[in-house]
Design a protein around this ligand. Structure first.
Ligand code: NDP
Length: 372
């Protein structure tokens, strides 16, 4: 029986006296200490091109990685690289530039080169990284054109190294859930997708340069295109594109302001997509299936996805734990290297988008729909 005498030294619970209950752990270790599991080996990354994406998103993301670590930087600006090397504890000897880039070959700490250069430089610096014996994670769009994509894939094969295109949405839970829903009876066969990805781009910006292969289609429209492919799990057979390039806005001397395109899939499903560099931020898709509708607000952003399913059972919003997209994709690639597996978004994924982009651009030129 429990007895108690508050204010005296005798407090007994069950058969145990309070004075017998140990307060501090006897060996000074918290009893519920959760030790992280040892990681076999972390994959070392060299980040190439220290611009907005690298500095604001990718470098901080290493802090959330389990299998990836930052070991080197490549930049045309030595002062910037030195400052970032101090912040991220990268040894001075692991700072490279575009001239001594190939010397990374003899640096054994570097397993992967993460290519975050302007689009027109993706092919050259990816191929040189393979020649230096490194694996490559390359930003989207994969390259300037289909021929370059094919050369990059061939270079990876020759070097026996892996190539992954940084389609971060394949590695985050909301888009993965949307893929699962679209394949289910709850949505049914997909009939129509509407997708849009727009933002205002101010000069100067690599996105406004024809020479650097900017333009809204490869930069933001590619998210709508890639989503249409991953949501349907199909490849379009025919496309139609239309571009708007205003003569009175100097930002759009070299690239269109906006591009609209339609993708026709086997079986009749269609995706209606639009993208712009002259409109307020808007990034969504809406999938209409025979049995239900999947909508995602903020679909293509770094965070803030809102996923909803509506069908005859009602409307449901999904609460999922968000992840850092860049940490998730870098760790996926690291795991592929450690376990010798094919990445979920290999070079072939980037090539497929580039072939469709080429067909959309042909349709824009000719004013006619184009077979893919
Ligand atoms: P920035 O213009 O901000 O950075 C590009 C960097 O490339 C520069 O800072 C510079 O780095 C280097 N560079 C080398 N040569 C040139 C050159 N001739 N002109 C300009 N820059 C040069 O671009 P972003 O970081 O926004 O984009 C880079 C890539 O990342 C693009 O391919 C883009 O599509 C992709 N991206 C992907 C996103 C995603 O969500 N997956 C989001 C944003 C961009 P340094 O000074 O160190 O040499």
């Amino acid at each position: 029986m429990a007895t108690s005498a508050i204010g005296t030294s005798l407090v007994a619970v069950g058969s145990l006296h309070a004075a017998d209950v140990p307060l501090a752990p006897p060996d000074k270790q918290p009893p519920d200490l959760k030790l992280p599991k040892p990681v076999k080996r972390k994959i070392g990354y060299a980040v190439v091109g220290l611009g907005q994406l690298a500095v604001e998103e990718v470098l901080p993301a290493f802090g959330s990685c389990e299998s990836s670590k930052l070991v080197a930087l490549v930049s045309g600006h030595a002062d910037k690289a030195k400052q970032l090397a101090e912040v991220y504890d990268v040894p001075r000897g692991n700072i490279f530039n575009y001239d001594n880039y190939d010397e990374m070959a003899s640096n054994r700490e570097i397993d992967v080169v993460y290519n975050i250069l302007p689009n027109s430089m993706h092919a050259e610096f990816t191929i040189r990284a393979f020649q230096a014996g490194k694996h490559v994670l390359c930003e989207k769009p994969m390259a300037s054109n289909v021929a370059e994509c094919e050369q990059m894939i061939a270079a990876a094969e020759r070097a026996k190294r892996k190539l992954m295109i940084a389609y971060r949405l394949h590695y985050e839970p909301f888009n993965k859930k949307a893929i699962e829903l679209c394949a289910s009876e709850e949505v049914g066969p997909i009939k129509l997708i509407t997708a849009s990805n727009s933002q205002n781009v101010e000069a100067p910006n690599i996105r406004l340069s024809g020479e650097l292969r900017g333009g809204p289609l490869g930069d933001v429209g590619i998210y709508c295109l890639n989503a249409a492919r991953y949501l349907t799990q199909r490849e379009p057979v025919e496309v139609f594109g239309y571009a708007h390039q205003p003569a009175d806005d100097p930002r759009f001397r070299e690239v269109p302001e906006s591009v609209t395109f339609v993708l026709k899939f086997p079986g009749g499903a269609e995706a209606h997509c639009s993208c712009s560099f002259g409109a307020a931020e808007s990034r969504f898709f809406r999938v209409e299936g025979k049995n239900g509708v999947v909508e995602m607000a903020g679909a293509f952003g770094y965070f803030g996805q809102e996923l909803r399913l509506s069908n005859e059972d009602g409307s449901r919003r999904f609460k999922l734990k968000p992840v850092d997209h860049f940490a998730a994709e870098m760790d996926h690639f690291a795991e592929c290297i450690l376990r010798d597996k094919e990445p979920r978004t290999p070079g072939a994924e980037g090539l497929a988008d580039m072939q469709i982009i080429a067909a959309i651009e042909e349709s824009i030129r000719t004013g006619r729909s184009t077979k893919v």
